[in-house]
Design a protein around this ligand. Structure first.
Ligand code: CA
Length: 230
């Protein structure tokens, strides 16, 4: 299956170079000039990886990144950010918001292609056999709305299920309390950061009950929580 990429970049010359470099490697590139258009594209289909510029005529690629990381369907899609040279603040913000990699302009098309391929490898593209062979430690049985730890279903409330399912989809990545709130509580304005902390605490206790040997959820001070899989 052809790898589908979404490229959000308003500079036509850069977009052409990037698209050429990636298409030469056999990937299909959909190009958007505006945040608005990229958002539409993402609603209509699935992409394997996103390449997002930061400064766009109708907004910021960082806003789209935030939306991508908050939506269950796209939380695990690898994202590579592009930005003007020396925009340190964008780089830090991008990584905090959950970008997987970052390239400062100007960059060589070859380097971009190499980074994209590394991200796809990390995301498990092209290795479905290996992924299928290893039994999942934590398995989200979406149809049954339950999560199993080493084959045993965890006794979770609805919120706990949504929270853990979200962490599991983006395993290995730090999720801010805001993102977790949005994922598990939607727009319930009664909930606060404290609500997330309390639920993480009970989730940890339930995981520990089935597997006392290890800690699955780590706290990252000032940033949020991360689900670490062995
Ligand atoms: Ca730009």
């Amino acid at each position: 299956m052809t790898t589908q990429l979404l490229l959000l970049e308003d500079d036509p010359a850069i977009a052409r170079t990037v698209a050429y470099a990636l298409e030469r490697d056999g990937m299909a590139v959909t190009h958007s000039l505006l945040v608005h258009d990229a958002r539409q594209q993402m609603r209509s289909r699935r992409f394997d990886l996103l390449v997002l510029d930061v400064g766009l005529p109708d907004g910021s690629g960082l806003d789209l990144l935030r939306e991508v990381r908050h939506a269950p369907a796209t939380v695990a899609v690898p994202v590579l950010m592009l930005s003007a040279h020396g925009e340190e603040i964008d780089r830090v913000l991008g990584l905090e918001l959950g970008a997987d990699d970052y390239l400062a302009k100007p960059f060589s098309p070859r380097e971009l292609a190499a980074r994209v391929k590394a991200l796809l490898r990390r995301a498990g593209q092209g290795k479905p056999a290996a992924a299928a062979a290893a039994p999942a430690v934590l398995f989200d049985d979406e149809a049954g709305q339950r999560i199993c730890l080493r084959g045993q279903p965890l006794p979770l409330t609805r919120r706990e299920y949504r929270l853990l399912a979200h962490l599991l989809r983006g395993a290995g990545r730090i999720h801010s309390r805001d993102a977790l709130l949005a994922a598990a509580w939607g727009d319930d304005s009664e909930s606060t950061d404290r609500t997330v902390d309390t639920h993480i605490k009970t989730l940890r206790a339930k995981l520990r009950e089935l597997d006392p040997a290890r800690e699955y959820i780590s706290t990252h001070r000032g940033m949020g929580y991360c689900l670490d899989l062995p």
